[in-house]
Design a protein around this ligand. Structure first.
Ligand code: PHE
Length: 466
């Protein structure tokens, strides 16, 4: 019944697992632990949790309500509220293309590492190569990079093509609990290594000196906010899209609280899985992809049972990345299904091919295109992967969230969405607070993040501190 046409979720648990699956991804595994350590440990965690509570929950509830109210994918959903806002849906489709193009590359490496560790259990997968050596050789090889990117995109596409209920929901319902269990096993291994305490300290030691001056305070705030939007898959239509498959008697408020709670819990757990092991092996915790691939290679190499734990860990990374990438692909697929009335099969295949092509430069950005540098709006030069991340995460997602707050809070009326939230007979106790937040508080905070990403905020602060 339900996978014909647009599709609906089979159960609330299924929806929840799919939405948590979308939220939990590479952002939790490499973004969060590192940013936590770099931006003041416990101080960052506090700021992050406050933002999740006052911004994350508010925006996620808005997105789910917008989706369920209109029962349309992001372009149609925005348009249904106000014709001039259809472009916000378009920005979401664009963001999903850009994010998936680099996400599929980062995710594809986990498949390569998973295979290599499986071989390593029985023999020699890495042939004695060091972390940087193996990573360098692999990512510099254009054929391998593109083949793995293709494998990852085909896996994503194979799940989406089957449908909302029998593809996305089923996969997430099985895989998310598995991911949770694997994470616990890895945490136990990691925190029981000698020297692990230092890693826990790196993550949680409260360092409030990051708030000692205005500029660094705002940097921490903007970094926490951008991380939160990315981690909760907000501001680009994913939650609108997933919300549009919900039936009218589901409890939106409960879901809007549970998704961020699970996402934050898993981010902290990821930190506990990674950082103690990194410190136990005396390696410097690096940023981003190199933490996840190069640094951890050294960690698994020197850990008892490392090949087994390595295989388990990269399987976990691959699952986390896949449950996120299916939600990204679904944004484009649902656009073609809703707006162009294409079949799900045709929509998925065409979106997949387009995303594969857009992702090729990123796949080659550590080899053939290694010297290409692109400029961010604040004048900073960056490699292709970082630039794609910058445009998707810092510009398009914050802009999308800002526009959505304006749409719900000002162009339409929050009461319209409160009525949707209360559809099922649910009494939304905090409706006044929510309406106030989405009108006044959330847009201001999101705007600050956007300004920081464009470099304008630094200029404004410099002006005042002269
Ligand atoms: N939330 C995912 C992560 O943390 C990334 C993502 C962003 C997924 C936007 C969907 C939409 O890795």
């Amino acid at each position: 019944m339900s996978d014909k046409g647009r599709g609906t979720w089979g159960s609330n648990f299924g929806f929840l697992m799919a939405a948590v699956g979308s939220a939990v991804g590479l952002g939790n595994l490499w973004g969060f632990p590192y940013k936590l350590g770099k931006n003041g440990g416990f101080a960052f965690l506090l700021v992050y949790i406050i933002f999740v509570a006052v911004v994350g929950v508010v925006v996620i509830l808005g997105e789910l309500a917008l989706g369920r109210k209109t029962k349309l994918s992001p372009v149609g959903a925005n348009r249904a509220i106000n014709k001039r806002f259809a472009f916000n849906g378009w920005l979401g489709v664009l963001a999903s293309f850009i994010i998936l193009s680099f996400y599929s590359v980062l995710g594809s490496w986990s498949i390569k590492y998973f295979f290599t560790y499986c071989i390593e259990i029985f023999g020699s997968g890495f042939n004695g190569m060091s972390g940087p050596e193996f990573f360098g050789n692999f990512t510099a090889d254009p054929v391998q990079s593109i083949i793995y990117q293709l494998i990852f995109i085909i896996l994503t596409s194979a799940i989406v093509i089957v449908g909302v209920q029998s593809g996305i929901e089923k996969f997430s319902k099985i895989m998310m609990p598995c991911l949770f269990i694997m994470l616990i096993i890895i945490i136990i291994r990691s925190v029981t290594l000698p020297g692990a305490m230092q890693g826990i300290e790196f993550m949680f030691k409260p360092d409030f000196s990051v708030f000692s001056d205005v500029k660094s305070s705002f940097d921490v705030i903007a970094s926490a906010l951008a991380q939160m939007f990315f981690s909760l898959s907000l501001g680009m239509g994913t939650m609108v899209c997933y919300g549009s498959y919900l039936n009218k008697n589901s409890n939106l408020v409960k879901n809007a609280v549970l998704i961020p709670v699970f996402d934050t819990l898993i981010a902290v757990m990821a930190g506990l899985a990674i950082m103690p092991a990194v410190f136990a092996t005396g390696i410097d915790p690096a940023a981003g992809p190199s933490l996840l691939y190069i640094t951890l290679h050294g960690v698994f190499e020197s850990m008892p049972g490392g090949a087994f734990f390595g295989a388990l860990f990269y399987l976990l990374v691959a699952i986390a990345a896949l449950t996120s990438s299916i939600s990204l692909l679904e944004v484009s697929t649902s656009y073609f299904v809703d707006e162009k009335k294409w079949s799900r099969k045709k929509a998925t295949v065409i979106a997949t091919i387009a995303i594969f092509v857009v992702g090729i430069p990123t796949a080659l950005s550590f080899g053939l295109l290694g010297d290409v540098k692109l400029m961010a709006l604040n004048g900073e030069l960056m490699g292709i992967l970082d630039w794609m991340d910058y445009v998707g995460e810092y510009l398009l997602m914050t802009l999308g969230a800002l526009l959505m707050c304006i749409l719900i809070g000002w162009v339409a009326k929050p009461s319209m969405f409160v009525a949707e939230i209360e559809q099922s007979g649910y009494n939304f106790k905090y409706k006044r607070l929510w309406s106030f937040m989405i009108k006044f508080v959330t847009p201001v905070l999101v705007f600050i993040t956007f300004l920081t990403a464009t470099g304008l905020f630094d200029k404004i602060i410099a002006l005042f501190s002269k």
